[in-house]
Design a protein around this ligand. Structure first.
Ligand code: MG
Length: 464
């Protein structure tokens, strides 16, 4: 009897506890979309009526940051609430994971999916993963109940003898040039994935999930493969936009966002679902018309200038997030981690540093963002710090190619309120500010304990 009781109480302890009003959490995460690529962020020729409507019905951020300048570290930070060096998911030599990578997000990290699942949520990952493609690193090993998507990027697994070499392959892409797998759960179901229909099929999966799971709180992590190159749109969108194939792809993502919101409304879940739309890093400017635009921000993907990490951010939750608000308050993808946990009634892990903040007061129109500082890492190194409107660059480097890191002492200093394009270095006239930002950087670096590096590990040739 005593044994029975202790087993029963143990089970009770292990059982997920459900808070009274747990909202559904949907994060829509596009890939390499620029700050200037949406209608509601000022793009003159890409039409995004659904995302614009989402912004009009919700809150649009003008100062929202991804946690890194490239894919893998950015995704690791979103799902752990931690700066990439802490999980080891960044590197100065290999900037993201590749198909020959042996590493991935360590099991010791507490992902958003794991934390929400423990609170009774159904958890689904649809789209691009890119946090480790070996079995031990796939989404279902990190708290997701289901996965439908690509384990890494759509430009990997290049087939050497197909199509032109180098960049020209991207400018007239064919499916067979990239032998990327589409997976369901832990199985490959299509290879090469038909990339023309990925956005459409991801969307069908998302709509199905929302309809099926409407009676249980759910967390949907919907990470689009596009508009990362190579660009592919479905028949309904190809050739339709004034912005060429890039615009076609973004307009299809806009359609997808519309379908998700429409389904949430039809299922009468709009009053209990937080949807957040954002992106993993800035536009890939190397790809000419196939890359996006950071608008008035400087540079793009791969750099720690604003264009590399400041991204669109839109919150939607009718009745809770006030409608039609544009906020200049600072926030980051890492804040979504902490905010989602708080909303779900989950505890934020207390045994490790967490770099996110609870932005619920801002989202609900009741207060300001608790975030006043943002750290800009390139790989494992701190390149820049923003505090309030001031940003100091201690190191700069061209986004891609052979340019070496250039240290700056005093750092380059920009006032992002007056100079969002980072054009005018005003360090010499503001040495007190420089001193303050240096102190913030020094203290932060002293406290930073990097995790075991994951991005440099390779699969031995005999196991490939
Ligand atoms: Mg990306």
């Amino acid at each position: 009897m005593r044994l029975f009781l202790s087993v029963a109480s143990l089970l009770l302890l292990l059982a997920p506890t459900v808070a009274a009003e747990q909202p559904n959490i949907v994060i829509i995460f596009s890939d390499d979309l620029g700050y200037g690529d949406l209608g509601c962020y000022g793009h003159p020729t890409i039409k995004t009526p659904n995302i614009d409507k989402m912004a009009a019905e919700g809150m649009k951020f003008t100062t929202f940051y991804s946690a890194a300048e490239v894919c893998t570290p950015s995704r690791a930070a979103l799902l752990t609430g931690r700066l990439p060096p802490r999980s080891g998911m960044c590197s100065d030599t290999r900037r993201v994971l590749f198909p020959d990578s042996a590493g991935g997000l360590p099991a010791s990290e507490v992902t958003l999916a794991e934390a929400l699942k423990a609170k009774g949520y159904i958890t689904a990952c649809i789209g691009k993963w890119h946090l480790g493609h070996l079995p031990e690193y796939l989404p279902m090993k990190h708290g997701f109940d289901s996965f439908y998507g690509l384990p890494y990027v759509n430009d990997m697994d290049r087939v050497p003898d197909k199509g032109p070499k180098g960049r020209p392959a991207f400018f007239d892409p064919k499916i067979e040039y990239w032998n990327v797998p589409l997976m369901r759960g832990e199985k490959i179901i299509e290879r090469p994935a038909d990339q023309h229909t990925l956005t459409k099929r991801y969307t069908q999966e998302a709509v199905k999930l929302i309809k099926e799971k409407k009676d249980t709180p759910f967390f949907l992590y919907f990470a689009h493969t596009m508009p990362h190159v190579p660009l592919f749109a479905s028949k309904d969108f190809a050739g339709k936009s004034a912005r060429g194939i890039y615009g076609d792809v973004v307009e299809e993502i806009d359609w997808s966002v519309g379908e998700v919101l429409k389904t949430i409304r039809e299922e009468k879940l709009d009053k209990k679902t937080l949807v957040f739309f954002t992106d993993d890093n800035g536009p890939w400017l190397l790809f000419n018309e196939h890359g996006g635009s950071a608008g008035l921000l400087r540079d793009g993907k791969g750099s720690t200038w604003e264009g590399g990490m400041r991204v669109p951010g839109i919150a939607w939750w009718p009745g809770t997030v006030p409608a039609g608000v544009t906020t200049q308050e600072m926030a980051s993808t890492m804040d979504l981690y902490v905010t989602a946990l708080k909303l779900a009634g989950a505890d934020v892990p207390a045994d490790r540093p967490i770099d996110g903040f609870d932005i619920t007061p801002l989202l609900t129109g009741k207060g300001k963002s608790p975030r006043d500082t943002m750290f800009f890492y390139r790989g494992t190194r701190l390149f820049a710090v923003r505090h309030g409107p001031w940003k100091a660059h201690f190191i700069t480097q061209v986004a891609y190619g052979k340019g070496a890191p250039t240290p700056h002492d005093p750092p380059l200093l920009y006032h992002l309120g007056r100079d969002p394009g980072e054009k005018f270095d005003v360090a010499k006239d503001n040495m007190e500010v420089v001193k303050q930002l240096k102190e913030i950087a020094t203290k932060h670096s002293k406290d930073m304990k990097p995790g075991e590096p994951q991005l440099e590990k390779r699969i031995p040739p005999e196991k490939k």
